[in-house]
Design a protein around this ligand. Structure first.
Ligand SMILES: *[C@@H]1O[C@H](CO)[C@@H](O)[C@H](O)[C@H]1NC(C)=O
Ligand SMILES: *[C@@H]1O[C@H](CO)[C@@H](O)[C@H](O)[C@H]1NC(C)=O
Length: 231
């Protein structure tokens, strides 16, 4: 048996032994999708990653440096997310946490986005941010989705519940810095305008014309933008 396949079987055995029927539930996905295979040689992914042999683990596996360095905000959004997710910090694997630093130029925005796999708590270290999130659709289709938003100053923290669309905007005169923690090793970032208007291949324009109730010219313009990300 290959070592990776062995680890997979071992992990599955631990999972089965470790869960009782009373707390049985689907595990939270740690990747966008996981296409099933029934070939054990190919089935090496456990919680998105295989595990390193504990004998070879070092302190550096749990360490990352550079979060004191300002991110490059020279992009159309005027913000930069510097992340420490599991791909940047392998020791996070299976622990359900991660952290980011977000830099904002004056008027910079971390545009409306959502994390499919994590709630977030953000603390402002410098500057003044207008931050908020929007609820899912209310049961009555005539009722509006609700915005919860605050102006945040250094030392203020704000919560963005899992999966909900949220944003931060620098309303101060200086650059701004925030640190945010997320309860997933791989939260996923879905930036709404970038995803909707900047996908490859593009979404058919008539879908967006009807969905956003705008003229085709505007959709064509939005789809022509480069949509560089900020993370
Ligand atoms: C596993 O794969 C084989 C070969 O592709 C297929 O014949 C078989 O039906 C599969 N078994 C299951 C349980 O999907
Ligand atoms: C910041 O990003 C811009 C755009 O990608 C690039 O031209 C510039 O060299 C970068 N600045 C630094 C200091 O890395």
């Amino acid at each position: 048996m290959e070592i990776s396949a062995f680890h997979f079987v071992l992990s599955m055995a631990i999972l089965v032994v470790g869960s009782s029927p009373a707390d049985a539930y689907d595990p939270d996905p740690l990747q966008d999708f996981c296409v099933a295979v029934n070939d054990s040689k190919a089935a090496v992914f456990v919680n998105g990653k295989i595990c390193k042999d504990p004998k070879t683990v070092t302190s550096d596996d749990f360490f990352i440096s550079g979060l004191n360095k300002p991110g490059n905000t020279s992009n159309p959004f005027g913000s930069r997310v510097t992340h420490a997710f599991v791909d940047d910090l392998p020791g996070l694997n299976t622990l359900g946490i991660s952290i980011v630093r977000i830099d904002f130029a004056p008027n910079g925005v971390n545009p409306p986005h959502e994390h499919p796999r994590a709630s977030e708590i953000l603390v402002v270290l410098k500057g003044k941010l207008y931050a908020g999130f929007i609820t899912t659709n209310p049961p009555n289709p005539n009722h509006k989705n609700k915005l919860f938003a605050k102006i945040l100053k250094p030392g203020d923290a704000f919560v963005f519940p899992k999966g909900l669309i949220h944003f931060q905007y620098n309303v101060g005169k200086t650059s701004a810095v925030a640190i945010a923690s997320l309860n997933s090793q791989n939260p996923g970032i879905m930036t709404i305008p970038k995803a909707v208007f900047g996908s490859e291949p593009p979404v058919r324009a008539d879908v967006l014309v009807k969905s956003f109730q705008v003229r085709e010219k505007l959709v064509e313009y939005l789809q022509s933008l480069p949509w560089t990300g900020n993370n």
